[in-house]
Write a protein that binds this ligand. Structure first.
Ligand code: PRX
Length: 643
């Protein structure tokens, strides 16, 4: 990398991507068409590339494909013996009772993965799963989650993966919304040295849903409750299935998967992706942004329960025929150098992680990084939240040894894949700036009246037609919400991202953060409304407000202000509130602090002024309090929150 002032430029070896931008800007639709032709195996070519009926749009109309055919059939001879998936379990030494023996990790070739996918696909068919059926997947980071997703894709079933650390209630809400009849889960898994009992959570989550069968992967060998009517072991189900299964041929615009994400309201939204556009964008963005080469070992640290795990943990590396590494546990368990050991052990070439992880590694210091050989790394990526300059430089200097470009990638569950980043072959890379829109993507930064903001002025990030092939097509069963959330701020032809942003003189984009009630906790997307709903369910709570406040490691963390119906001792009520959040959402949503307050600052019309509560922590001016009906409460809360 070459430094010029505060900009970093890539060396020559990366520069082959240079022509992409010009070609794409001339004709973005033609540009995506070329990528679709080169990157994906089509059973039938599409007739029309892009159709726009605001706020709806379609790509590759009439095209027929099955994403698993590009992964497997298109390259079977060359890839048969190549490792598709490396799996590293959390325990350093697997216990002898581990069902698969004492192996410490698994390497699964494309050939083996293909057989496993077909076996499971056949098993799902035998259970009656058909094209278009929704299948719930509540699995930890084990290879079977990839097998399950691909098996659904093979037969045209719509997978709905639920993050394994989500609570039974969160699982239930998603199962109810999708109407899934099958749930795939595991007995348990390892996390920070503990066995987490997943099956008990799954049993709780399926109550009163349409789920008729639960398929259980044996992972941790923990004792689990068993229900003869519904439960089936994964192993016994796939044992007698054949290892070939014809691919269900899908239309480009057929639904591919649903993934739930948080929005401004309390209820998570089912983000719906389709087959053709998602496949094209996922393959192409991986190829160009991560510069995938045949010998790459790509480690995307995100859990498969989030969109990053879907797109860059599973589909993008497999569509590009490279090796993807999956790690079951926490990267700093049992020691802070675990992630370095993994890079060293498998000679990882590309590391893709979140700023929270980088800040956590930096906190532990450089010594343990120096003890390990990280020389295999050639490219680094960041995702999920803004990366501050200090974290960027630490990552660049200590992990990438000042030679690896850092692609700071901006995208969302809704966009399906990366839409803004500096390409590794071109740069320039400016710490804390995510970069330029991917070739073929048109963005703008608009003020509240819809005017384009000048350089360095903050505004709202929007995406303009023709958008991208992988942008989601709707909120499952909720067209009203789709229109209201994304296509009403600036009309039905402009996609509103809900992110604040600005651009510099070189047009590099800096993401400031969400302008709605979504907060990013360690890169995980949570809604303050969802948290408030959870807290309000506690019978002692009269009302509450949740705000996200800055945190040195996690970027943002929630704090909760609660007005109780009647006074209660803190030692009693606070653990109950914590329990309530764990029950409703899961441990990722736990607050940094709970404040029991007499009242919440409100406007005269009764609206809670969360903005003022937030400013108590950010050091910003509180602003004019005279519009409040109870300005005196702000001073009281301020005293409580000042250390
Ligand atoms: O606020 C942006 C932030 O993450 C949000 C999307 O979250 P989610 O749907 O969970 O997807 C995360 C992984 C793609 C965005 O609206 N975000 C994502 N990437 C970045 C980012 N903020 C700053 N810089 C990024 N690179």
């Amino acid at each position: 990398m070459i430094r010029k002032g505060n900009l970093y430029y890539p060396t020559k070896e990366f520069q082959k991507a240079a022509q992409l931008y010009d070609k794409a800007a001339e004709n973005p639709i033609k540009f995506w068409e070329d990528l679709a032709n080169k990157g994906i195996l089509w059973r039938k070519k599409w007739q029309k590339t892009f159709v726009h009926k605001p706020p709806y749009f379609k790509w590759f109309l009439g095209g027929k494909l099955n994403i698993t055919e590009t992964i497997f059939e298109s390259n079977l001879v060359a890839l048969k013996n190549k490792v598709a998936l490396i799996w590293e379990p959390e325990p350093l030494t697997e216990s002898p009772e581990y069902p698969r023996g004492k192996e410490k990790s698994r390497k699964i070739t494309y050939g083996e993965l293909f057989s496993a996918v077909c076996r499971f696909a056949n098993a799902l068919k035998k259970l009656g799963v058909k094209k278009g059926d929704r299948v719930g997947i509540y699995l930890p980071m084990i290879p079977e989650v990839v097998i399950a997703m691909l098996a659904c894709a093979r037969i045209g079933a719509i997978h709905c993966v639920v993050f394994s650390a989500f609570s039974p209630q969160a699982l239930k809400a998603r199962l109810e919304d999708t109407g899934a009849k099958i749930l795939i889960t595991a007995d348990g898994y390892f996390r920070r040295g503990q066995v987490i009992d997943l099956k008990t959570n799954a049993d709780e989550g399926v109550k009163k849903t349409k789920v008729k069968k639960i398929i259980i992967v044996k992972r941790a060998n923990n004792e689990i409750p068993w229900n003869k009517k519904t439960d089936i072991w994964y192993e016994s189900l796939v044992k007698n299935q054949t290892k070939s299964c014809p691919a269900q041929i899908m239309d480009s615009e057929d639904p591919f998967f649903i993934l739930y994400t948080s929005g401004s309201t309390g209820k998570p939204k089912g983000v719906l992706h389709t087959c053709g556009g998602y496949a094209v964008q996922t393959q192409a963005t991986g190829k160009w942004i991560f510069d995938f080469q045949p010998n790459d070992v790509f480690w995307c640290t995100a859990d498969v329960g989030w969109v990053t795990g879907h797109t860059y943990g599973v589909y993008s590396p497999l569509l590009n025929g490279i090796t993807s590494l999956m790690f079951e546990g926490a990267p700093d368990w049992p020691t802070p150098s675990r992630w370095c050991q993994i890079i060293e052990k498998y000679r990882v070439t590309i590391l893709y992680t979140a700023p929270t992880a980088i800040r956590m590694f930096a906190k532990y210091g450089e010594d343990f990084v120096k003890k390990h050989d990280l020389s295999s790394l050639r490219l680094l990526g960041s995702v999920g939240e803004p990366i501050d300059e200090t974290a960027w430089l630490w990552y660049f200097q200590n992990v990438g040894k000042s030679k690896c470009p850092i692609v700071d990638t901006w995208w969302q569950t809704e966009t399906g894949g990366i839409l803004i980043t500096s390409l590794p072959g071109l740069g320039p890379f400016r710490p804390s700036y995510t970069g330029l829109p991917f070739p073929g993507i048109k963005t703008d930064i608009l003020d509240d009246r819809g005017r384009s903001c000048p350089v360095n002025k903050k505004g709202n990030l929007v995406i303009l037609p023709p958008f991208s092939p992988g942008l989601f097509r709707g909120i499952y069963k909720n067209p009203k919400k789709y229109r209201e959330t994304y296509w009403s701020q600036y009309g039905s032809k402009i996609y509103f991202t809900s992110d604040g942003a600005l651009r510099d003189k070189q047009d590099l984009i800096r993401i400031i953060g969400r302008v709605d009630d979504v907060i990013k906790v360690a890169g995980h997307r949570l809604s303050t409304g969802e948290l408030e709903n959870a807290v309000n369910k506690h019978s002692s709570v009269s009302e509450c407000a949740v705000v996200g406040i800055p945190d040195k490691i996690k970027g943002e963390v929630p704090v909760i202000f609660i007005v109780l119906k009647k006074t209660q001792p803190e030692e009693k009520i606070k653990p109950e509130i914590i329990g309530q959040i764990k029950k409703e959402i899961g441990p990722i949503a736990l607050p940094k602090e709970i404040y029991l307050v007499e009242d919440l600052p409100k406007t005269r019309s009764g609206k809670i002024m969360r903005r003022i509560l937030k400013r108590l922590f950010t050091g910003e001016e509180l602003g004019d309090l005279s519009t409040l009906s109870n300005p005196e409460i702000v001073e009281k809360i301020k005293k409580m929150t000042t250390p």
